[in-house]
Design a binder for this molecule. Structure first.
Ligand SMILES: *Cc1c(COP(=O)(O)O)cnc(C)c1O
Length: 713
């Protein structure tokens, strides 16, 4: 479970925003000064609903791994709330004669989808439609173009709202808008108004805290743009241009700055604010109606209803009490009905994001000036869960990523990763279109491959792979002419050049000589290219061991994989550079049951284990299909239970394995066994486990996660 980050500014402003909506519906300042009331309720308070949209966008699209699932859950929940609200307000609809007017069915369809069945309820369908449009745009086009498209929709809405006067004076537009107003009374809806705020919310979340403007600038920007919005509103209103008054030009910068400023507020969460603000929003019109009903027989109408300021406070207070009660009930209900979280999984991978953060820091501080991390996140980020890990790394400031295949790159892009993504493997030339569309950088495997990629005709970025002795992919380092030819290709834009060291993990003198020769070959090629006036912008040579054993090299990137995850490949490996790396991954499973096996009985497939004594065994619902190597079956495998080693007995099955807990009497069903990671004083490293299974940590980790859930902590 990812530890939720606290945004107390956002939490608190939810209540402020809900109270601003109450103000819109009670006009508290209208007795004092109509202008003041206009400024408060028709301009300033208009930040409230966009704020709610942005908040939804922020949590829906920003940090989330599976946006589609998050969107589905959001739509379901909002639809349910909408349904409840519609039913709640049916009596008022009845009282108003809603059902006796003409064109009932078209009216119902319009109101349910666009305008809301009662005036303030438009917010609920608008947030569903807005979320859907924003999701579609972001997914299809990325944030930049999604922002442009939704801005276009916003301007279209603006011309039917605050700026309607302009549209009404323009032939063509006038007819278009009259046609629209045949359908609906407003343009401030899910189609024109909401999408841009959802996109902005998601964008701010994906930027990560480091790239946000400084709090002082954000607050200053907010104050300035709010002042501009007030001027804009007064101007439009004085010129009689407004049909409605929800949308302003200055509202966009105003919301951006306000949200940045609120994000900068630190502290702990205000968990009640969320439920309470929504309840406040939905309930307060009911309170307005009830107050009128109750005030009349009590003779309080003059004070409680006709005095606008008192009326506002009365409505706000009563609504707050009701909403607070609602939020409290909701929390109690959630406590009594906890969702399936940790506690029910049979087996899972736990990721320690703090370890990941420290590894990024440790590696970054070891890099020479100007050199940056290219995070290798192929194979589900070595079993750590690809989109989540990549997005986390992006938030930590990593801007370059590498994957093995085009499909892996597309998936990351679709999850909202913005940094560069280099495909390290061979990509078939027929796939260049997709590479172009998802802004993926391809690897040129040799001269013919480069020509074929170019012939596809799509402008694609590529890095040239140079073979300096591994003899896998790459143009021969001595063939400078072939490399030069690649720079002349028409569609392929060469933005980098790299090679791979094949013995950098070894400190044996012959291997080190070989590695240094690889580096010399690469450098020589770079020199030849430079003489011809060519210098590719990004050069990179080292992977994890390349960095750890040759830290003195100076290139533009290091392609770190295994070190980023806090592991070495093999347990005994010594490296020249010693970094304080911490493993980020743990593998855990829950004991399903404990049973006794009498001496002489055998356990599991092939009767590979025979109990020499009366043996107490624990069954773990995890097997080789989850990535736990079957090779650990007969000896060598053990798990940690209560901080003690419990040896694996018999053969490891596809989905289960058995361990001996005779010497761990406290072991019981439901206990958590650690297969990789720390338990009390004991720890099992991925490299140790892999070593016992005759492999390396890289293989072990990259095979994990096909069937396990990831828990991010
Ligand atoms: C996988 C890979 C890496 C990362 O290697 P690690 O040893 O995990 O750091 C770097 N470069 C290339 C070409 C790779 O395929």
């Amino acid at each position: 479970m990812r530890r939720p980050k606290a945004y107390p500014g956002i939490d608190a402003f939810r209540l402020v925003a809900a109270l601003l909506v109450v103000a819109i519906h009670t006009a508290p300042l209208s007795d004092l000064s109509p202008t003041a009331d206009f400024i408060l309720t028709r301009v300033v308070a208009r930040v409230a609903v966009p704020f709610f949209f942005m908040t939804s966008g922020f949590f829906l699209f920003g940090r989330c791994t599976d946006r589609r699932a998050a969107l589905a859950a959001f739509l379901k929940k909002t639809a349910l709330i909408y349904l409840i609200a519609i039913v709640l307000y049916l009596p008022i609809n009845l009282y108003n004669g809603y059902f006796s007017g003409p064109n009932l069915l078209p009216r119902i369809i319009r109101d349910v989808l666009l305008d809301g069945t009662l005036y303030h309820l438009w917010y609920l369908p608008a947030s569903m439609v807005g979320a859907l449009i924003a999701y579609g745009f972001i997914r299809r086009f990325g944030y930049g173009r999604a922002l442009a498209l939704t801005a276009f929709l916003y301007v279209a809405g603006l011309l039917g709202d605050s700026y309607y006067g302009l549209a009404a004076q323009t032939p063509g537009l006038r007819e278009a808008y009259s046609a629209w107003f045949e359908v609906s009374d407003y343009t401030r809806n899910g189609l024109f108004f909401a999408p841009i705020f959802f996109v902005m919310g998601g964008l701010l979340a994906s930027l990560g805290s480091i790239r946000l403007p400084k709090p002082l600038y954000a607050w200053a920007g907010f104050v300035l743009s709010l002042a501009a919005m007030i001027a804009e509103g007064l101007l439009l209103s004085n010129h009689g241009l407004q049909k409605h008054d929800s949308m302003y030009l200055a509202l966009i910068p105003c919301m951006f700055c306000l949200f940045c400023a609120l994000l900068s507020i630190r502290g702990s969460r205000l968990p009640l604010a969320r439920g309470a603000s929504l309840a406040l929003y939905i309930i307060h019109p009911m309170v307005i109606v009830l107050l009128r009903f109750v005030a009349r027989p009590l003779g309080l109408t003059g004070l409680m209803v006709d005095n606008n300021l008192v009326h506002f406070f009365a409505v706000a207070l009563l609504s707050l009490i009701a909403a607070g009660g609602w939020a409290w009930l909701e929390r109690r209900w959630h406590k009594a009905h906890p969702r399936a979280v940790v506690g029910q999984e049979r087996a899972w991978i736990e990721i320690d994001h703090e370890a990941l953060r420290r590894n990024v820091q440790a590696i970054s501080s070891a890099l020479p000036h100007g050199c940056r991390i290219m995070a290798v996140v192929k194979a589900e980020a070595y079993g750590h869960g690809a989109p989540t890990i990549a997005l986390t790394l992006e938030q930590l400031g990593v801007e370059a990523f590498a994957v093995a295949t085009l499909e892996e790159g597309i998936r990351l892009r679709q999850s909202g990763l913005r940094g560069s993504i280099l495909v390290l493997g061979y990509t078939h030339p027929s796939l260049t279109k997709a590479a172009h569309r998802y802004r993926l950088t391809l690897t040129v495997a040799d001269a013919a491959h480069g020509a074929a990629l170019d012939a596809a005709g799509y402008p694609v970025q590529a890095h040239i792979k140079v073979d300096t002795g591994m003899h896998r992919l790459g143009v021969d380092a001595r063939d400078a002419d072939a490399v030069t030819g690649l720079f002349a290709l028409k569609h392929l834009r060469i933005t980098g050049m790299y090679t791979h060291l094949c013995a950098s993990d070894s400190l044996a003198p012959s291997d080190m000589d070989f590695t240094l020769e690889q580096i010399r070959r690469f450098d020589r090629l770079v020199k030849v290219l430079e003489k011809k006036g060519l210098r590719p912008p990004a050069l990179h040579v080292q992977s994890s061991y390349g960095l750890l054993n040759y830290p003195q090299l100076q290139y533009d990137y290091v392609r770190v994989g295994i070190a980023l995850y806090g592991c070495l490949s093999a347990p005994g490996d010594r490296t020249r550079l010693k970094l304080p790396l911490r493993p980020a991954l743990s593998l855990k499973a829950r004991v399903a049951l404990i049973r006794m096996v009498p001496a002489g009985e055998s356990v599991g497939y092939g009767r590979a284990f025979t109990a020499l004594r009366d043996t107490r065994i624990a069954l773990l619902p995890i097997g080789y299909a989850d990535g736990y190597p079957r090779a650990l079956s007969e000896g060598g495998g053990y798990v940690l239970l209560h901080g003690h080693a419990a040896p694996v007995i018999g053969r490891i099955c596809m989905d289960q394995l058995m361990v001996d807990v005779t010497d761990i009497p406290e072991a019981a069903a439901g206990d958590v066994a650690v297969l990789i990671g720390q338990d009390a004083m004991a720890r099992i490293g991925a490299a140790d486990l892999a070593g016992n299974a005759g492999s390396i940590a890289n293989e072990l980790l990259s095979r994990m996660g096909r069937r396990l859930t990831w828990i991010h902590a």
